[in-house]
Design a protein around this ligand. Structure first.
Ligand code: GLA
Length: 395
């Protein structure tokens, strides 16, 4: 069992010892794991993530000048910046404290929106594994945004908060992610997945059946490629869609392409673009099927869709790697497992497995025994719950 104090206690304690006073505002935001709907959120598709019970907590208080001082308990580092230095039109990142760019980025975006942020002192602590693809950065962005709104005395409606947090990531940090991570971190509900239509930004909470456990396996593979390959996939999707649009009139969104139209497009674009497009079309359909399966309590069907999603990410979208494939195969062979797939951007990071709760010890044992044998690496395994999205309170 994890004996470390919870992030909220650590953030509050860190604030007290660092700033010699009690914090007045505590904001928290969870990481996420995506159940299905991968690489669909930058072409207006569907995603079905859950927030996880791993979170980033920001504790602090406003100050009367325009300075923001941040202490990271996880890195044991402090940074101060002036509010008027946190700008989107003149982005100045801090290469010595890259974690602080998420905080600066949020302040920069809120100021660009004309929102009345105030100077502040804040301490940050989290237990979302970093760099594992569980969106510790989105959690930090969303928690900082809630903290800034609470100390500034203004409201940001949740969907707008997700959009602003993503804007900080896109325009300040410089990562071209879609909306999924910030959206689910802000809007998720406990024990439910979140269906998001990333075109209209409409969403629906989809309750998870009680007899399902979520096991996340970190492959411990960190590929430097993630960023460049992610951008390349985005570009390929756009090219494929531009070609498709020239030939099929009357549709706007990937989800509107049917199987027949898809095969009619086959000779009109390079094979690699066709593979990307096919993944998008089919993955969107799988998300809607998966929501239906959850509604019907049919976890067997949900697991089949996860298997198809993984195969598509491996063979058509080409973002898996041998370690992800191994973790998926090992988990899937355990009795009581409904399904397993890679999750997140790919090229390493995590897999997600849905299993009967009583099968969890066997899943963990199989991964701990088999994964090192097949890959030479030690996995990190988390048994997680679908958690509530971000919130804040005063002390
Ligand atoms: C990363 C991005 C998300 C999404 C996934 C792939 O996690 O941050 O926006 O595109 O990859 O589904």
């Amino acid at each position: 069992m994890d004996q470390q104090p919870k992030p909220a206690e650590r953030a509050i304690e860190a604030f007290r010892s660092r700033f010699g006073a009690s914090p007045t505002v505590v904001a928290r935001a969870p990481g996420r794991v995506n159940l299905i709907g991968e690489h669909t959120d930058y072409t207006g598709g569907f995603v079905l993530p859950v927030a996880i019970d791993r979170e980033v907590v920001v504790a602090g208080r406003a100050r009367s000048d325009g300075t923001v001082c941040v202490y990271s308990a996880d890195f044991d580092q402090s940074v101060c910046f002036q509010l008027d230095e946190a700008r989107l039109d003149d982005v100045r990142k801090d290469p010595r404290h890259p974690w602080s760019d998420y905080v600066r980025g949020i302040y920069a975006v809120l100021q660009a929106e004309g929102l009345p942020v105030r100077g502040a002192e804040l301490a940050i602590a989290g237990d979302v594994p970093q760099g594992a693809g569980l969106s510790s950065s989105a959690a930090l962005e969303v928690a900082t945004l809630l903290f800034a709104q609470a100390t500034g005395g203004f409201e940001v409606e949740p969907v707008r908060a997700a959009l602003l947090a993503r804007r900080a990531e896109n325009e300040f940090v410089g990562v071209a992610c879609g909306i999924m991570d910030q959206f689910v971190s802000r809007l998720a509900r406990r024990d439910a997945a979140l269906l998001v239509d990333t075109d209209s930004l409409r969403y629906e909470h989809v309750p998870l059946p009680p007899d399902v456990a979520i096991v996340v396996t970190d492959t411990r593979v960190r590929r430097q490629l993630v960023g460049s390959e992610y951008n390349l996939r985005r570009q390929q999707c756009e090219e494929a869609l531009a070609i498709a649009r020239r030939h099929v009139s009357g549709w706007r969104l990937v989800r509107e392409i049917g199987a027949e139209q898809l095969s009619a497009l086959r000779d009109l674009m390079p094979r690699v673009l066709m593979r990307r497009l096919r993944h998008l079309v089919e993955e969107n359909a799988r998300v809607l099927d998966a929501v239906q399966a959850l509604g019907a309590g049919d976890l067997g069907r949900f697991g089949e869709l996860m298997a198809a999603s993984h195969a598509s990410l491996r063979d058509l979208f080409e973002v898996s790697c041998p370690e992800l494939d191994a973790a998926v195969e090992i988990a899937r062979a355990v009795p009581g497992v409904y399904g397993a797939r890679m999750t997140g951007a790919g090229f390493g990071g995590c897999t997600v497995t849905l299993a009967r709760p009583d099968a969890v010890p066997a899943v963990v044992a199989a991964l701990e025994a088999e994964y090192p044998r097949r890959t030479g690496k030690t996995p990190q395994i988390f048994v997680l719950r679908a958690a509530q999205g971000a919130d804040w309170h005063t002390l």
